[in-house]
Structure formats: structure tokens, C-alpha cells
Write a protein that binds this ligand. Structure first.
Ligand code: PTJ
Length: 260
């Protein structure tokens, strides 16, 4: 017997997943990624990425640790202060948190841009349509008229009035090369990644080491709570956030945390 044996073998809809299952969140993310692949949103490599993330989430106790919550609050303050914030969406993000991404974009007045590692016009179209089905009014990523310097062609493609011109970019589950290239462009990066040792959170101004299914709604909740605060208050929240301490706390939890 494994702890997954009490879960149904074939799940048609995620509502069929047993919410009281000890690994419910993992079953949910696996199911959403599987559906994402079937719908042409998520690349097959996205399953591999999810598997890696899921191992780290297991070690974190599948919960938002305190340092990740502080990072989410700093991310919300950073986004509220931004002039041109953009949320980058890949195939995993689209499958896992489409509605939650639209809610975050609305809460902080950010643009949404589809930006793919394995870029094809079919996947860009499918992800744009999926985001619109989940409430997005406008989705960037189709114009593709600018390149992130220092990356080879397809992976570097962005919109000139989107990620290229952004001051703050939210890059969940990002490939390390691109996160480094965006950092070299001087972008303020908010990275969501379950592996604190990965290059993307290592170069991020605000690394959120948490599962994206918890992190995105949490940033939105903080943004709603902080909306209307003056700039000084928001700037103080950003200044007080210690990225190194947040990465260290996540790594310590993964190495030393007690498994449930
Ligand atoms: O849709 P595309 O073509 O843009 O491709 C997207 C993937 C994710 C396949 C691509 O960017 C990729 O290969 O990414 P990596 O290099 O595997 O990095 C993904 C990172 O996200 C890893 O560090 C994982 O630990 C982490 N991760 C995976 N699932 C989650 C996660 N972090 C937070 N929440 C998750 N659910």
C-alpha cells in the first residue's frame, strides 16, 4: 500500500479527487498538469517540472512556510509600486492557476503575457484562449516583436510593450537562463519556485519558495490587504524583505523539516 492507493485511478474532473486525501494538493496539481497536456497548454516537459516541484513541496510539508508568506507580502508591495508590471505565463502556470493569475493581474493592475520555453504558435493560441476563458480581458505574447538579449531565438521572444518594457516581472516556474537574462536587463523579478537552490529564485529580487497553487492566491490576498496604503509603507515592506534569509529558511525547512 502507498499513500496514493486510496485515490481513484482515473479522474474525469478534479471535483472527483478526495479532498481529505493526505496528498490532495499533489493529486490536484498532477491532475491539472495532465489536463493541461491533453488540452495542448502544457508541454510534456511540464510534467517533469511538476514532478520535481512536487518532491520539494513534499519536503516543505505542502504548506506555505512563514518566509514564503513574507515573500508573498513583499511581492504584493513590489507589484503595487510597479509602473509596468507583467505576469509571465507558461504552460504549467496556465494549467495550474489560470483564474488565480487573472485575479492577481486585476488586483495589482498587471499585464499578462504568455511566454514559453518551448514556443509554438499553437500553444500560445491555446494558452491565450484558456486565460480568456478564465476571465482575462487582454493577453500579451502574440506580437512577439522583441528579444531578451543574451538568449537564443525562440526562448528570447517577448512583446516589446510587455515583458521587454516591464519594470517588474512575475516569473513563475521559470527556466534559470531566462531568469538570469531578465535580471541582466535590470528587471525586478518575482519568482515562484519550489526549489530554493534553482537559479531562478537565486537571481530573484523576491523569491517565493512555495507551490504556485498556494503562492499566487496568497500574493493576491496580500495585494488586496495592502491596496490603498501609501508608497512609503509599501516601500518599507519591500526594503524589510530579506531575500537571502527567505532562501535560507526554505532550504533549512527542506533539509531539516519533519515529514508528516
Ligand atoms: O510551458 P513552457 O514551454 O514554457 O515550459 C515550462 C517548463 C516548466 C517545462 C520549463 O520552464 C522548464 O523546463 O522549467 P524547469 O527548468 O523544469 O523549472 C521548473 C521549476 O519550477 C523547477 O525548479 C521546479 O521545482 C519548479 N516547480 C515545478 N512545479 C512547481 C514549481 N514551483 C512552484 N509550484 C509548482 N507547482
Amino acid at each position: 500500500m502507498t499513500e496514493y492507493d486510496s485515490a481513484p485511478a482515473e479522474v474525469g474532473h478534479e471535483a472527483e479527487l478526495p479532498e481529505d486525501h493526505p496528498r490532495y494538493q499533489d493529486l490536484l496539481t498532477r491532475h491539472r498538469i495532465e489536463e493541461g497536456v491533453k488540452k495542448g497548454l502544457t508541454h510534456l516537459q511540464g510534467m517533469h517540472a511538476e514532478g520535481r516541484g512536487s518532491a520539494f513541496d513534499y519536503l516543505l510539508g505542502e504548506e506555505t512556510i512563514e518566509s514564503a508568506d513574507e515573500a508573498a507580502r513583499a511581492a504584493a508591495a513590489t507589484l503595487l509600486l510597479a509602473e509596468r508590471p507583467v505576469i509571465s505565463v507558461n504552460g504549467n502556470v496556465a494549467a495550474l492557476v489560470p483564474e488565480e493569475t487573472v485575479e492577481l493581474a486585476n488586483a495589482v493592475d498587471a499585464a499578462i503575457e504568455v511566454n514559453l520555453f518551448n514556443r509554438t504558435p499553437e500553444r500560445i493560441d491555446a494558452i491565450e484562449a484558456h486565460l480568456r476563458e478564465h476571465g482575462a480581458q487582454s493577453v500579451k505574447g502574440q506580437t512577439a516583436d522583441a528579444q531578451i538579449p543574451g538568449l537564443e531565438h525562440a526562448r528570447a521572444t517577448v512583446d516589446a510593450d510587455g515583458i521587454y518594457a516591464a519594470d517588474v516581472v512575475v516569473v513563475p516556474l521559470e527556466d534559470g537562463d531566462r531568469a538570469e537574462a531578465l535580471d541582466r536587463m535590470g528587471k525586478t523579478e518575482i519568482v515562484v519556485d519550489l526549489n530554493p537552490l534553482s537559479r531562478s529564485p537565486q537571481v530573484a529580487d523576491v523569491p517565493i519558495v512555495d507551490n504556485i497553487i498556494r503562492a499566487v492566491p496568497n500574493v493576491t490576498a496580500h495585494a488586496r490587504e495592502l491596496a490603498g496604503r501609501d508608497e512609503e509603507t509599501l516601500e518599507a515592506i519591500v526594503a524589510e524583505f530579506d531575500r537571502e534569509a527567505a532562501l535560507d529558511a526554505a532550504e533549512a525547512r527542506i533539509r531539516n523539516g519533519e515529514l508528516s
